[in-house]
Design a protein around this ligand. Sequence first.
Ligand code: MCN
Ligand code: MOS
Length: 764
Amino acid sequence: MTVHEMKHAASDSARLEAVGGRLSRVDGPAKITGAAHYAVEQQLEGLAHAVMVESTVAAGTVLSIDTRAAETAPGVLLVLTPDTIIPLRTASDWFGTPPPDVPYCPLARVVTYSGQHVAALVAETFEQAVAAAALVKVTYDETPAIVDLSDPKAGDGIPIEAMTKEWGDAQAAFAASPVRVCAAYNTPREFQAAMEPHGLIARWQGDALTIWEPSQWLDGMARTYAEWFAIPFENVRLVSPYIGGGFGSKALALAHSAVAAASAKMLGRPVKLMLTRPQNFTSYGGRAATRQTVAIGADRDGKIQSIVHRGVNETAVDGMWVEPLGSVTSIMYATPNFSSKQNVVRVNTVVPGAKRAPGENPSAFGIESAIDELAYELGIDPLEIRLRNYAEEDPHARKAWSTRQLREAFAAGAEAFGWAKRSPAPRSMRDGHHLIGWGVAAGTYPVRRAHGEAVVNILADGSVEVESSSIDMGQGTYTILAQTAAETLGVPVEQVSVKLGDSHFARAGVAGGSRLAGVMTGAVYKAASQALDELIGLAIADPRSPFHALQANTLVVRDGRIASPRGEGPELSIAELLSAVGREKIEAKGDTMPATTTAEERYKNYTTIAMSIPHSEGDYSRHSWCAHFVEVRVDEDFGTVRVSRVVSALDSGRLYNPKLAESQWKGGIIMGIGQALLEEGMVDRRHGRIVNGNFADYMIPTNADIPDIQTISVGIPDPHSSALGGKGVGELGIVGVAPAIANAVFHATGKRVRDLPITLEKLI
Ligand code: MCN
Ligand code: MOS
């Protein structure tokens, strides 16, 4: 067979394996067969077990901790309180801000929320630790707590000036507009609810610390451990090969992580700590509860003249979380006048945290509900009003979009959904006792660019190894990096093994903000290109190479075999060539940072989020876009809402693997359905406690709640967003789903629900 014929024979599988192919997850078989070992499944000699004791009050001071009974309980090795735990150093935050020079104690003396860690137990077995923990008696001097945003004591909060976005004279233009809508939109506390709970195993060997812990950011978390224990960064090894979901919750080392690592040091034994499901709800914060008012002024043709937006999110008494509520408001529609401001209100909660599309998600609920209200006010179709106000450039940054296929998304989604058949009036479509509603909403997520490193090794047998300290929590990193290396090097994907989840591999930043795929495909592409150059260079230049005599100036590698591009002369496998020239291995490191970068900048780049590149840097504003079309069926008698159809058209630029991207989008849409109809962290007003902190009472969708979801990719390669032309995928799908459902519910029932979730009591 000539190389030419071979190329054709190989092309079917090559399409699947190449970047853009629908290859199934390469980590799938290991996960299904149980061969994949998650962080806390490591079997270690002499493992001790820790459990946490948490505060039962939301505010106050710990007066005493009576540990006498626990100390003598069977199997107990250590009882940790603020008095007995070794002192740690305060670590820097995720921006890398130098920390104050004060000790850090992960166990609280002053309690600022219910569920805060106050003590810990370590025993020979998990059961012994649980039993002993129940014997610890904590007394408090309880003080009044601010339980949530609606608490009268909460007040208006603190203005966050950095969130202010203004142009024109929004208030005056709103007042002068002939058509006006203004309403308040609320979202409750929502939780990441990853299937795998938080937990870790910590082991010390001298002053080297190994941590097995699910992590979205190995290098960032390794930095925190290093700073807590005042040891060199290199001495910490974080291992996180597989992760049972994170959704934003697993990017930081948390107080319980410090307790596990400290107790391992104190005992001189490895310690394992798994949080219980309820503890997961208070050890890392969920999405902050939010309140927004959105006022839109328009002319009678539906052209927006002004948007005035005010937002508030809850934060903690002793920690700051800003959920950027104006992020979508400020870019979705063209408006000559705009004003957005935001406050945060301190309440007695764990610091809220990142949950899939922090900011964009609640922001879209406000603006995409409000524009729907404007459409009805004017009697204009909700899709048409969006097109009349289409932003041809970024109205805030005043820059051209790198790519914005939102018009295409509206068109493709409407066509597939059959939007043209919609009857405009609320309550005008029904099927027996079901009121049918059709709603639309748009969504967006910025392209967050950053840098990454990857090592690509070509081994003597022709197989390829890719190594990076980035991670795969289900989004598909293993698979797309295998595809990138296979395509770039011209080898079959089975010949590529990808190793992730070890902080001692080449560095990577956070798998957050939907940036990892763009960053890491770029790094692997660079490393693999270098390895390929070296391979071809050897084949041409080494006198022992059979290609040497050819005097060719280039060669190609296809399906793992090297030949001249015209198919003349010899043809060798990579293994044969390496053996001919006497090489064991070709090793290349791809680093997307400029060569002039200092070691310190490099360290900062991978261990903080301070150096990610703004989405509107340079000439373009870069974002992913989507349009969701939703059908709901509302039972007229009972008010129950079912989502019966979803068609979403999305622009994430070029897709590295459409099968995985669709699965990501669908995951986001499913989470959006949960947010719209089910999810709500409920706070007991007497004790400031989350009362439904478990999977029985905190409701997330099941299969029975989810209809067929159709996703349509309308993206085109975006060279300004990433090396291979892709934009973010992971968070995009959730943005805009809840307002699309709320808009559909209004169309079905004539009732506008502005408080999520849309439960039946809000409809009857
Ligand atoms: N992809 C693609 N084409 C692109 C971009 C991405 O095919 N142009 C596909 C790839 O399979 C890639 C995946 O989408 O692996 C996600 O890529 P990206 O959008 O870059 O997001 P990250 O890899 O940075 O993943 C993080 C993102 C975030 S921030 C949250 S939150 C989230 C999400 O991914 N959490 C998840 N998706 C999740 N999926 C699972 N299963 N579990 C989570 O916890
Ligand atoms: Mo995603 S919330 O940025 O980890």
